[in-house]
Every structure is written in C-alpha cells, then in structure tokens.
Design a protein around this ligand. Structure first.
Ligand code: ATP
Length: 212
C-alpha cells in the first residue's frame, strides 16, 4: 500500500487543502492520503486546540471519500511537530506501507532547513503541490523526478486569510468547506461570531461535539 502523508497546521483546514489532497489521490498513484494535524507549531505559532483541528480535518477529509483519512499521531508523539520524527514513527508502525510526503510549493525552499532534512529526503519521496503565486517554478513539477507532469497550481487559499476574515466578520464561504465552517461557528473559533455577524453565513446543525 502507498500512503501520501499530508501534514500541516490545518488552522483551519480549507478548500486549498482539499483540492491538493484530491489531486494527490487522483494523480499521484497513492492508495490513501492521511491528513496529519500538528500538535504544536514548530515555531510556536499559536494554533486552535488540537482536538478542534482534528475534528475539522475529519470533516474536510469526509468530502474526499474513504481513501482520505486523518491521523492523530502528532498528539500521541507530543510536542512540536518534526516531520522526520512523524515519518519515522509511521514507517515503524506500518512496515508494509510505502509513504510519500505531500508539501505545498511554498514549503519547498523551507523544507531544506527542517530538522533532519537530508535524512527525510532519503526516507520519503516528496509530492509537491503547486500553490498559485508561491514559487511557480517549483509548482510546474510535482517532484524533481516527475518533471514531465503538466503544471498545476491550486488557488492560494490560506488559513491566515480565513482567520483574519472570520475575526473581522467577513464571509469565508468560498474558502472553507461548509461542514468545517459550521464547526467553526458552533465552537466560536478564530473570533467567529465575536462581531455582530460572521458574514453572510449561518451555522448549520452538523455534528461534532464541542471539546475542550
Ligand atoms: P497558514 O496560512 O496558517 O500558514 P496554510 O494555509 O499555509 O496555513 P497549512 O496548514 O500550513 O495551511 O498547510 C499545510 C500544507 O498544505 C502545507 O504543505 C502547505 O504548503 C499546503 N497548502 C496549504 N494551502 C495550500 C494551497 N492553497 N495550495 C496548495 N498547497 C497548500
């Protein structure tokens, strides 16, 4: 079995993540894709509580079908995420699985500075997802070994822009999956609902018990 590991803050998960995940599932020859939310950001960027981000990832993944799954491995490992540690843990726990690592093209340059970057490159092939406006040169090839791939860049939706819009009460409906947005509004994450209205969206009655 071949699994694509897609880690991130997912603070919150958005349609850019979903589009990237679907593209990988449909074109990269993988059997499954695992979304892996970080417990703590490696550079101590403040994040919404892990349980909330896990639940939102589950909602985002549900739209992609049973081949998209969510792992809480980072919570079990504890502390700041280290991609190398995550991959080594997954490989140890799943000896029959071939793993690849999905990253957006915005992270390609940075990834060479990650802890154990060279070892990580030896352990797993990278699947690079083009992110519009963020390093077009890299976006044109999925991996160095896959330069024949047609260029494809996912629209540059970002969690940062979504958090800012939610806090300001502006609409986010075209960036945030509906069921994730419902969860955000129900749990008043990212300052949503703090202003008079959370834009022109209304909270639905979808599941997801409030946590922590
Ligand atoms: P933030 O704005 O908080 O930094 P983000 O939108 O970049 O967040 P992350 O959770 O940090 O989202 O991203 C997780 C992974 O998904 C990273 O590899 C990132 O490059 C990739 N990614 C995020 N958004 C997109 C997008 N719109 N297109 C392609 N890849 C993306």
């Amino acid at each position: 079995m071949h699994v694509a590991v897609f880690g991130g803050s997912f603070n919150p998960p958005h349609v850019g993540h979903q589009l990237a995940a679907l593209w990988v599932l449909e074109t990269a020859g993988v059997d499954e894709l695992w979304l892996i939310p970080a417990l703590v950001h490696p550079f101590e960027k403040a994040l919404a509580p892990f349980e909330h981000r896990l639940r939102m990832c589950e909602r985002a993944a549900a739209a992609l079908g049973p081949r998209a799954r969510v792992s809480d491995v980072e919570a079990r490992l504890g502390g700041p995420s280290r991609t190398l540690r995550t991959i080594e843990t997954l490989q140890e726990a799943n000896p029959g699985v071939a793993f690849s690592l999905v990253i957006g093209s915005d992270l390609v340059a940075e990834s060479s500075t990650w802890h154990g970057a060279e070892r990580l490159r030896q352990l797993v092939p990278f699947i690079v997802v083009g992110r519009q406006g963020r390093d077009a040169a890299v976006a044109s090839a999925r991996t160095a070994a896959d330069a024949g791939t047609q260029p494809l860049a996912i629209p540059d939706v970002s969690s940062t822009a979504i958090r800012a819009a939610l806090a300001a009460g502006r609409p986010t409906g075209s960036w945030v999956p509906r069921r994730v947005l419902e969860y955000i509004l129900e749990n008043r994450l990212y300052g949503a609902g703090a202003s008079a209205s959370a834009g022109d969206e209304s909270a639905g009655s979808g599941g997801g018990a409030p946590v922590g």
